[in-house]
Design a binder for this molecule. Structure first.
Ligand code: 4NP
Length: 132
């Protein structure tokens, strides 16, 4: 059965589409592309339809990763479709919690930092939009 994973940040133009693209490359390299579905979305819809931020695309391209995602806002139906919904910071986590229709849906929400094996001091993936 396919594992369906959704990464969520604020604008869906920097952190979550980068995580999406990276995990896609990693699963392709591992020969497991068919066993996962990966997507990303933002809690804020103001960038919907846009390509990822050029700074993030450049950073990804420098590592051999192409980012083709178009931004979209997270929606309640995502809790039906996805098995894991991974928030890049605490604000996104709390916004997802408010959007989740029930307790079962809330149990699908994780913080990205839970999966970091290095840099354990990081409490989240910081918002890069204004700080670079
Ligand atoms: P992201 O970065 O959440 O990693 O996509 C941001 C993108 C846009 C804005 C904030 C953060 N914004 O305020 O428009």
């Amino acid at each position: 059965m396919k594992q369906r994973i959704l990464f969520v940040c604020l604008g869906n133009i920097c952190r979550s589409p980068a995580a999406e693209a990276m995990l896609r490359v990693l699963t392709e390299r591992a020969g497991k592309a068919d066993s996962v579905e990966i997507d990303s979305a933002g809690t804020y819809g103001g960038h919907s339809g846009e390509r990822s931020d050029p700074r993030m695309r450049r950073a990804a391209a420098a590592r051999g990763i192409e980012m083709t995602h178009r931004a979209r806002q997270v929606r309640e139906e995502d809790f039906d479709r996805f098995d894991m919904i991974i928030a890049m910071d605490d604000n996104n986590y709390e916004a997802l919690f408010r959007l989740a229709p029930d307790r079962e849906a809330q149990q699908k929400i994780f913080r990205f930092r839970e999966f970091l094996s290095h840099n354990p001091d990081w409490s989240c993936i910081p918002d890069p939009y204004y700080e670079g």
